[in-house]
Design a protein around this ligand. Structure first.
Ligand SMILES: Nc1ncnc2c1ncn2[C@@H]1O[C@H](COP(=O)(O)OP(=O)(O)OP(=O)(O)O)[C@@H](O)[C@H]1O
Ligand SMILES: O=P(O)(O)O[C@H]1[C@H](OP(=O)(O)O)[C@@H](OP(=O)(O)O)[C@@H](O)[C@@H](O)[C@@H]1OP(=O)(O)O
Ligand SMILES: [Mg+2]
Ligand SMILES: [Mg+2]
Length: 317
């Protein structure tokens, strides 16, 4: 029997290579147990030991950011073509830049049930001295804007964002940065979690709307970080608004997930989607994350296990 093949009654070995913090949150005993009951043994990979010394693997899942790991994985994959690699590092890289991540959405052209999906207007600021306010105005960008580090590479710096409220605030961020249109969306972000063909959409707390009045009183820039990880009660007011926020149509969620999965060539990611408060048919993708926090989902254990089973049964059969 060649590596990768499984006979009736045998088990699948799935290796995972993750940072210690991710192992703690994602590899819960409940996931290990559920997978085990469905013939999958999740096995921790030591990235500092050659992979060929840790075989066999039917599949490898991973989220490590070093070039060394990517090289290691590529070499292993060429020598063990029957091991399924989820996902190829060169395709994951596209999500490590806030321009290329959203490019995939721009090409999708999703329009369903009177709703459209697009991305906010944005411009890259790469050198402070070349940065002219006129360039922003020409593009039609107006205050408030949101400044996001161009790199979305998993570092805590890459999550240091700021609201830019007026011209003064344009001096408050380091380059390279993406300056993005801030769209009022009622303080709710929809997070669409994708694992192959499996898709779940949940809502989370987001930044509150910036009213005309707030914009008149606030000046400069307001830094913030990872707001959607806050619990609903952490931000000012509007709990009822959050509870009552209508979910996007399921057909839109599924079409967006399918389209992005194909366009990106990836299996494990989530999409942050907001709905324009002024135009309820206008949805915008603001962020795409590789291998997000699936453990925050209800019943993430069958979600992940079923994804792995689909993959292993299809590719190995
Ligand atoms: N264009 C926008 N208009 C309005 N609000 C936005 C916009 N972009 C981002 N936000 C708000 O800022 C939050 C963080 O933005 P974003 O998701 O891009 O950052 P991130 O650091 O990549 O987050 P994550 O932890 O999801 O990776 C969003 O959840 C949303 O509340
Ligand atoms: O995987 P990491 O630990 O690094 O953290 C990811 C985090 O998942 P966690 O909940 O497991 O922390 C994700 O949360 P949700 O979107 O699911 O809310 C999201 O914030 C990603 O952007 C983070 O990835 P990064 O952008 O930093 O690479
Ligand atoms: Mg986000
Ligand atoms: Mg992100």
């Amino acid at each position: 029997m060649y590596e990768g093949e499984v006979a009736a009654g045998e088990r699948y070995r799935v290796g995972y290579a993750l940072q210690p913090k991710k192992v703690e949150t994602f590899i819960q005993p409940s996931l290990l147990h559920h997978a085990k009951q469905h013939a999958i043994d999740l096995v921790q990979i030591d990235p500092s030991t050659p992979l060929h010394q840790q075989v066999p693997f039917h599949c490898i899942i991973h989220k490590l950011h070093t070039q060394h790991w990517n090289k290691h994985l590529k070499e292993f994959s060429s020598q063990h073509p029957n091991t399924i690699i989820i996902d190829p590092p060169e395709l994951i890289n596209r999500l490590h830049n806030r321009v290329s991540m959203l490019d995939a959405v721009t090409h999708l052209q999703i329009s369903l049930q009177n709703a459209t999906v697009s991305v906010p207007l944005q411009v890259v600021v790469d050198q402070p001295e070349s940065f002219h306010f006129d360039k922003i105005e020409e593009l039609g960008l107006v205050f408030p804007m949101i400044a996001k580090p161009l790199a979305a590479d998993g570092t805590s710096d890459s999550h240091q964002l700021c609201l830019v409220l007026n011209r003064e605030g344009l001096n408050s961020f380091t380059v390279p940065t993406v300056l993005q249109e801030f769209v009022n969306h009622g303080g709710v972000v929809f997070k669409i979690y994708v694992a192959g063909q499996h898709v779940i959409c949940v809502k989370r707390k987001s930044l509150n709307d910036i009213t005309e009045e707030k914009l008149r009183t606030l000046k400069g820039a307001l830094p913030f970080s990872q707001v959607s990880n806050m619990s609903v009660g952490d931000k000012d007011g509007c709990c009822g608004v959050f509870e009552n926020a209508e979910m996007p149509p399921q057909s839109l969620v599924e079409e967006l997930a399918r389209g992005l999965r194909e366009a990106l060539g990836l299996n494990l990611f989530n999409v942050d989607l907001i709905r324009d408060g002024q135009d309820r048919g206008r949805y915008l993708v603001i962020d795409i994350n590789y291998f997000p926090g699936y453990a925050k989902l209800p019943s993430y254990e069958p979600f992940i296990t079923n994804f792995l089973l689909d993959l292993l049964r299809t590719k190995i059969a």
